[in-house]
Design a binder for this molecule. Structure first.
Ligand code: FAD
Length: 413
């Protein structure tokens, strides 16, 4: 352990953190309380302060900021979704991402790589064509390409997949990008804090109080707070929070795992996804290969990782890239994905006045961090849903008015 880190651990007084203020005490009341210091909660706080002048706001985080799915994801950013609602929403997010490093004056390592979703069957080729047409209709840069184009962009790939499931083509999405996830939490945290928002880490919400059908405050591990507005942005913990209000949702929680390799010289520029093989891969600026697959096939509130996952993912990865057989895996982890039946988020108002929900981000919510923050801040400040999120309301499940995004949101993130 470096001496500086040891000294820091043993010190009685720690200097103020570099990125944001950390007030000692909670105030007794705030104009808004945000539960969850992930990217979504922090982004909502940032836009509430920046765009709506609402600064008496507390973000309450049970652990440390970005310690949930925000700091565990594989950072794929794209807008090549299947439904008009999804395409318009994620396209706005991609636009916001492109200016975020400048907005924050912080390098998020936002890197546009191009994104290939491989098709290994005729049916998959048809779906990719459909997605490309929907995307183009809404001005999103996507096209169906043949196997030769995939091979040209990624000469290291065995497009025959060892003869099992040859690549027949792909959906190519030029704006597909990656970014540094923890810096996103820090950037939003610092931006919100500089504008007066208080960020309280190690502060767990244990209960929510209501009166005559509207929220009045929260009980926390550090005392009670009154507030007329609460945003719940706790991803995999959403069912636990909703239980406090006896609200029902169709959310179910599955572990989602990922792993990284030792660093290699740069060889992989684009992001490669194969829904049929259940794998995806990108290479970071540090040279690590970031790899993931689909959800664990059972409901579980856990961030435990498994050998099964590492074995299964490696086997499929070697079908595409046999030369990786000597490469070492250095880290593996899991997050808790809050899944909806239609693979679209749940955003907006709820039957309890003043209680706003930002959930159902499953395996695809990192890319939505800027647009979810911006639209939820608007929804809270104006008490009416932003037009981009109207179709994502909780009540759509009662009306069977689903968004049907599964074809574009599962393993592809
Ligand atoms: C392995 C993996 C890979 C992924 N890959 C991608 C990808 O490539 N692209 C993509 O777009 N998305 C991806 N995702 C999904 C994405 O990570 C999430 O959808 C997104 O990060 C959710 O952000 P959030 O701020 O809503 O939640 P989180 O970052 O999980 O933040 C919620 C916070 O709430 C806190 N909290 C919970 N309960 C309480 C309480 N009672 N009191 C106070 N605080 C509380 C938690 O500690 C946590 O910090 C991936 C997810 C995983 C797990």
């Amino acid at each position: 352990m470096p001496l500086r880190l040891l000294k820091f651990a043993l010190a009685q007084n720690h200097p103020e953190p570099r990125m944001f203020r950390q007030p000692d005490r909670l105030q007794s009341n705030y104009d808004a309380v945000i539960i969850g210091g992930g990217g979504h909660g922090l982004a909502a706080a940032y836009y509430l302060a920046r765009d709506h002048g609402m600064t008496k706001v507390a973000v309450l985080e049970q652990g440390y900021i970005g310690g949930g799915n925000t700091g565990r994801n594989t950072t794929i950013i794209r807008s090549n979704y299947l439904t008009p609602e999804g395409v318009k929403f994620y396209d706005e997010s991609v636009r916001l991402w492109q200016d975020l490093s400048t907005d924050f004056d912080l390098n998020l390592f936002y890197s546009t790589r191009g994104h290939f979703t491989l098709a290994h069957t005729d049916a998959a080729v048809r779906t990719m064509r459909q997605r490309a047409e929907v995307n183009k209709h809404y001005g999103v840069d996507s096209e169906l390409v043949d196997a030769a184009a995939v091979q040209a962009a990624c000469p290291e790939m065995d497009i025959t997949c060892g003869g099992h499931t040859p690549v027949m083509g792909a959906l190519y999405h030029a704006p597909g990008s990656i970014a540094r996830h923890d810096a996103v939490a820090w950037g939003y945290g610092r931006g919100a804090s500089d504008r007066g928002v208080e960020i309280h880490q190690q502060t767990e919400v244990l209960g929510i109080t209501t009166q005559s059908g509207r929220v009045t405050g929260v009980q926390t591990s550090r005392g009670e707070i009154s507030t007329p507005r609460i945003l719940c942005a706790v991803a995999g913990s959403t069912p636990r929070l909703l239980q406090m209000l006896e609200l029902r949702s169709p959310l179910y929680i599955h572990p989602l795992q990922a792993m990284v390799s030792e660093p290699m010289k740069p060889w992989l520029d684009p992001i490669i996804v194969s829904g049929s093989l259940h794998v995806y891969i990108s290479q970071t600026a540090r040279g690590e290969l970031v790899m993931g697959a689909s959800l664990d096939p059972y409901e579980l509130h856990s961030t435990r990782s498994t050998l099964d996952f590492a074995e299964g993912l490696s086997a499929h990865m070697l079908e595409l890239f046999p030369f990786l057989s000597h490469v070492k895996i250095v880290r593996q982890w899991a997050g808790m994905a809050d899944m909806t039946p239609d693979f679209a988020p749940i955003m907006g108002k709820t039957p309890i006045a003043g209680f706003y929900l930002d959930a159902g981000w499953g395996t695809w919510g990192f890319k939505a961090t800027p647009v979810s923050g911006k639209t939820m801040a608007y929804t809270m400040a104006c008490d009416r849903p932003h037009h981009l999120i109207r179709d994502f309301s909780l009540e759509r499940f009662e009306k069977y008015d689903l968004v049907a995004e599964k074809g574009a949101a599962s393993v592809g993130h």
